[in-house]
Design a protein. Sequence first.
Length: 483
Amino acid sequence: MKNLFAILIMLCFPLLFNAQEPAGNWERIWEMKPGYFRVMQNGMMGVVNAEGVILVPCQFNQVYDLTDDNYVKVLKDRKIGLYQLDWGMILPAEYDQIWAFEGKTAKVLKEGKYGFVDRGGHIVIPVEYNHIWNEENGLIKVLKDGKTGFLDKDGNVILPTEYQQIWSFEGNLAKVQKDGKFGYVDTDGRVVIPTIYDQIGNFQYERARAVIGDNILYIDYDGNVHEVTSGNEKVVWQLTNPEPHKIENSNADDANNKKVQVVTNSKKTKPKYFYSHLASFNAGINGYVNSNFKDILPEDYKFMDLNPEKSCEFSLYPFQQSTRLIGSYVGLVTAIGAQYNNYRFNLYNSDELTENAKLWFYHLNENVEITKAKLTIFTLNVPLMLEIQLPDGKGRKGIYLSGGVIGSMKINSYTRVDYYFRDFSYKRRMYNISGLQMFKYSFMARAGYDWLGIYATYSPMPMFKKDKGPELYQYSVGVSINF
């Protein structure tokens, strides 16, 4: 009996460990998971089952990994589509990116616009938004034509895209900015505190501190304005229409028909606050020049020739700290933030790589088609700025000018090269590029009106340490969206 058992094990052993292959003649075969295979025919890729039944035709440059629920992304002519093996193609290969499903929906990107699709490939949120944030309090914040709004999970408009900025929810309320004025909305899309205030803070002890003109007041969660005492001045405020108003998608202007009026005002005092414009999101183009302020590169670094249209800079300063110097028109402001610098090279052939370039990029085969090559640097920034605010002719300090210095510390850096080789695409990165300055400083100038501004920076410190790279000096210009 023991001998018979041993013989049975020996006979079954090859069956247990030999990989199953699908029926049919294929150039190459990769098993994706038991019973499903990625195959190649005539240089194109598809998916078949163990019986050789074609589930995804061999018409694609690449077929990505198969998910547990049988979804698989495909690539054709550098565009991405989506198959569900039981249903067939549910999204044509015309998207720039398709993300994994989270719950019932997946985010997609097409021609620079974002949207959401369901598991059947039906559009839930139209692919027309410049950006879509993660869900918060059952709502999805979207950006369209520079304005933000809220949608629900089914794509219904809860708050139209009419707001310059929408902050995160504090409980049931979120601060919003519209036409340069601030207020609060709730999760039902109702304007609880109208967008009529020059500044409004977060809620503390069930009150939010607000500024309108040269007056300070406090507002509760229901939008009611309370009595304010400042020095010898006693001001009583009231709302003429304290009830929240439901926003209609066709016209949201009625939501701001709440008026604030002064009942008594015995004495006017000088304001003791200074609101600056450094807390912001900044986007622009960046580059570098030599010591003669020309974009001429040393011969060994010709591969660093920039594509200026694709060399971009982004920075975010979520918080700021202001100190009043002269009245409420001149002050110092500092902040802490993060910055991303992307330097895109005009590099398309591997034979253009010099010895210095080979230290930055992974070894490439000859005659590969390079589609992207760049250097990316992440820094932590601490600016210190002197800001001057000017009246705009209406008694408001909307115009601002500022200048100062930024101290920066490098957090990370990497090079990336994308290329095609034998009809396959590859991406390679090399992190922590040696030779870059760990610490540096730059000069910055800013100007603008209210929430929108422009900026420019220049660093008098070389980009690289001495003898560790070319002598180049970084600069940038761009626009600011102030919080």
